[in-house]
Design a protein around this ligand. Structure first.
Ligand code: HEM
Length: 152
């Protein structure tokens, strides 16, 4: 069953139109430099995500936001996500890498979904988020998340 879901998600990513890929890539380019703010929005929306990080657990989010450690981690997450967006529609290797590193950490689907929601809210506040863009991002994130969830 999981294999069928995975095959459908990879097919869904391949089914993204060239226009959709270009909309996603050009809108992402406007926020990819905002890694600290994106990680901050994610931790704020779901403190249980912050608590998974040994270096951040129990700390005041407002205080750690300006630290070099926070910036370094934000850069790693957003850098990884940039790789996914740059390589669309070829999500396979990125899915495998994320599952290999995050499944053993016990990251839940709910936490991943909360990252998605926080990122989407952030994007909406920083680009002209019209219906076309919403559909393109929806299709991209459905494909990526569907493939990740089929493996974890
Ligand atoms: C939403 C729930 C998530 C949780 C709870 C989580 C948790 C973690 C933890 C605990 C680490 C290790 C940090 C360290 O040792 O310094 C980590 C590393 C990392 N995470 Fe996540 N993560 C989540 C989502 C994501 C997402 C959505 C991405 C990419 C789009 C991502 C990309 C990375 C990368 C690139 C690293 C560094 C490499 C590694 O150690 O695996 N994470 N994550």
């Amino acid at each position: 069953m999981k294999f069928i879901i995975l095959a459908l998600c990879v097919a869904a990513a391949s089914a993204l139109s060239a226009d959709q890929i270009s909309l996603v890539q050009s809108s992402y380019a406007k926020v990819k430099g905002h890694s600290v703010d994106i990680l901050y929005a994610t931790f704020k929306a779901d403190p249980s995500i912050q608590d998974k990080f040994p270096q951040f657990v129990g700390k005041d989010l407002e205080a750690i936001k300006g630290s070099a450690e926070f910036a370094a981690h934000a850069g790693r997450i957003v850098g990884f996500f940039s790789g996914v967006i740059d390589d669309l529609p070829n999500i396979g290797p990125h899915v495998d890498a994320l599952v290999a590193t995050h499944k053993p950490r016990g990251v839940t689907h709910a936490q991943f979904n909360n990252f998605r929601a926080a990122f989407t809210t952030y994007l909406k506040g920083h680009v002209d988020y019209n219906a076309e863009l919403e559909a393109a991002w929806g299709a991209t994130l459905d494909a990526f998340y569907g493939a990740v969830f089929a493996k974890m």
